[in-house]
Design a binder for this molecule. Structure first.
Ligand SMILES: *Cc1c(COP(=O)(O)O)cnc(C)c1O
Length: 370
């Protein structure tokens, strides 16, 4: 049996360091804010090459608070990918603003910069690309469109810790980048966590106030804020894991390279990597027109897979009020029908990879002979 992702393996690999970090926080008696959070923020900002990192409770809040810090509100529009996890859209809606979807580049799954300008209106405030599946979005054209139209750029980096665009790590290409430390992400906590990185001191400052009840000085509230903090226990765990992130991303890259070679020319559409992209392989996503049959055959063979994502946001009941019909975003819809994520993670080694590839080939020949 090969699980889609083994979440216990990273703990067992770093057990002693993690146990010590947890014990340090527990015995300190300090459970909100404080030195562990400050130090994680400093270390993560340095890692991302950004001036500031602000810890928050999760990746959705990171998006929501970053948009609030950019003064997004009712009546505003934010350009989002049609093909993303729904959190990207929900954060816009939580501000009372409207998500305006733009279709992806069919090769990379990421927002197609050539389609962005047609979606800009006088209400547009922010362009919100997502670095989906760990592949950096094409930032240069996005930034120049934003400059031309006076828009902000917020990047959703929840799946791309450590990825590089044209040699530079994600973290401060746009006005801000949001991060999730959900356990299954490349940098994962033992619970929920999130952060925003930015070079803009005003954005960082606003998020620091917003995450803490709108308060800078205890019991003095300068705005109606939220309770959205990264707690010291998670920060201490993340500090241990951050030191291993590059090594773990390198292992994911090894797995991806073996898949790219071993699954070439077998009838699957494999991930496409542009020459300026250094992805971190949060997910290894293939496409096949008979995706459901392929997934069933792999399940029968003991290989765990997942679908990211089975229903695009515009067809979710949560967005039924926007009346976007089936067929309105055909690329996102086709991806929902065809994509399959193969097992991927830092704890996958040779025999597992070989087993997955053999199972895929066997499953595909079964499907062809049906
Ligand atoms: C995971 C994820 C989020 C949300 O992060 P949470 O920590 O689960 O709130 C946002 N955007 C994308 C693209 C994600 O994958």
């Amino acid at each position: 049996m090969i699980p889609f992702l083994d979440l216990k393996a990273p703990y067992l690999e770093l057990k002693q360091e993690l146990d010590e970090a947890i014990a340090r926080v527990v015995s300190s008696g300090w459970f909100i804010g404080g030195g562990e959070v400050d130090q994680f923020e400093a270390e993560y900002a340095t890692y991302c090459g950004a001036a500031h990192a602000v810890g928050v409770a999760n990746g959705l809040d990171a998006l929501h608070l970053a948009l609030r810090a950019m003064a997004v509100g009712p009546g505003d529009e934010v350009i989002v990918p049609s093909n993303t996890y729904i959190a990207t859209w929900l954060a816009v809606s939580q501000c009372g603003a409207m998500p305006v979807p733009v279709e992806p580049d069919a090769r990379t799954f990421n927002i197609n910069p050539a389609l962005i300008e047609a979606a800009i209106t006088p209400r547009t405030k922010v362009i919100l690309p997502v670095h989906l599946y760990g592949q950096p979005a094409d930032m240069d054209p996005i930034l120049s469109i934003a400059r031309k139209h006076g828009l902000r750029v917020l990047e959703d980096g929840a799946q791309a810790h450590g990825a590089r665009y044209k040699g530079q790590r994600l973290g401060a290409h746009g006005d801000a980048v949001t991060w999730s430390f959900y356990p299954g992400k490349n940098l994962g906590a033992m619970g929920d966590g999130g952060a925003v990185t930015t070079n803009d001191p005003q954005i960082a400052d606003r998020i620091r106030v917003l995450r803490n009840y709108g308060s800078r000085v205890k019991y003095v509230n300068e705005m109606q804020g939220y309770n959205s903090r990264l707690d010291p226990l998670q920060a201490a765990i993340l500090r241990v894991k951050l030191a291993h992130l590059d090594a773990w991303n390198a292992r994911r890259t090894d797995v991806a390279q073996r898949y790219q070679q071993g699954l070439a020319n077998c009838g699957l559409t494999l991930p496409y990597v542009l020459d300026w992209a250094e992805p971190v392989w949060h997910l290894y996503v293939v496409q096949h027109p008979q995706r459901d049959a392929l997934q069933q055959a792999l399940t029968d063979a003991g290989v765990g897979t997942l679908i990211h994502y089975p229903i695009p946001p515009h067809l979710q009941r949560a967005y039924a009020h926007a009346n976007r019909a089936q067929g309105s975003f055909p690329l996102a819809e086709r991806m929902a029908d065809d994509v399959l994520s193969l097992p991927m993670g830092p704890a996958m080694f040779g025999p597992d990879i070989t087993h997955v590839m053999q199972s895929v080939r066997t499953a595909l020949s079964k499907i062809e002979n049906q």
